[in-house]
Design a protein around this ligand. Structure first.
Ligand code: SAH
Length: 234
């Protein structure tokens, strides 16, 4: 946690917050915070800045906060991710958020196991926890938008238009074109499931205007491919 993320309900006065639970334990045990120290803080959906410790007790930490900086800008990137297995999903959500992805769509695909869609890890509060961990890691305060697309064909044929304009890229190890570098325009990047995309899915993506791109002949795990591709695009 490189930033204590403050929620509206933490504020006990306009510039004063009271923290307990996970953030208190982190401030005390990891940061070794004591009265007078300045900690890096940010308000969910708002600015970042510092919080001076004015009271540190067993059950509560009070900070006087100054939020005078903007959070880092998001990448103009929508990540369309074939729903990974639950444990991997957590890591992907955290990494995508930390890397600054503006929008994440979790998509069904032929090689996504049906059981993944009923995992408790898809509950809104669990997803939000992963996004918050990503924000705290990267000193950001703005949650990415998150959408669930349980139906592959309707997503590609209709929902996709709601995502607005953007160069459409399909990450596929077998693609002949390399993934482009340093894009300035908005991008919609689709990443496949562990077993990869099947041929009809590749056809649907092609018809929807996605260009297949590769990071080279090595098959990467989803979370590695995600970081490598976003690093290349950013
Ligand atoms: N066995 C599958 C690999 C799936 S890896 C196959 O051969 O297609 C899961 C996803 O990570 C892939 O669908 C792709 O989107 C992405 N990925 C992994 N390695 C990649 C690479 N070298 N280039 C581009 N995308 C890659």
């Amino acid at each position: 946690m490189n930033l204590l993320l403050l929620l509206d309900e933490d504020f006990i006065a306009p510039t004063r917050v009271r923290l307990s639970g996970r953030r208190l334990v982190h401030a005390r045990e990891v940061l070794g915070a004591k009265a007078g120290d300045a900690l890096k803080v940010g308000r969910l959906g708002g600015g970042i800045g510092s919080g001076r410790v004015v009271r540190m007790e067993e059950d509560a930490l009070d900070l006087e906060v100054t939020l005078d900086q903007a959070p880092p800008p998001k990448l103009p990137l929508t990540l369309v991710l074939a729903l990974p297995r639950p444990k991997v999903l957590d890591r992907c959500l955290q990494a995508a958020t930390a890397l600054g992805v503006a929008r994440i769509v979790l998509l069904n695909a032929w090689r996504v196991e049906k059981a993944y869609w009923t995992s408790p890890k898809l509950k809104p509060e669990h997803i939000r926890e992963q996004l918050v961990l990503g924000l705290e890691q990267a000193r950001d305060t703005v949650l990415p938008e998150l959408h669930l697309a349980r139906l592959f064909v309707p997503f590609l044929e209709t929902d996709l238009t709601e995502l607005g304009p953007g160069r459409r890229l399909l990450a596929h190890p077998g693609a002949t074109s390399p993934c482009p570098r340093g894009l300035e325009e908005p991008v919609i990047l689709a990443l496949g499931p562990e077993g990869g995309w099947i041929a009809p899915e590749l056809g649907s993506f092609a018809r929807a205007g996605f260009e297949p791109v590769s990071m080279g002949p090595r098959i990467l795990r989803t979370e590695t491919a995600l970081a490598a591709l976003i690093g290349r695009l950013a």
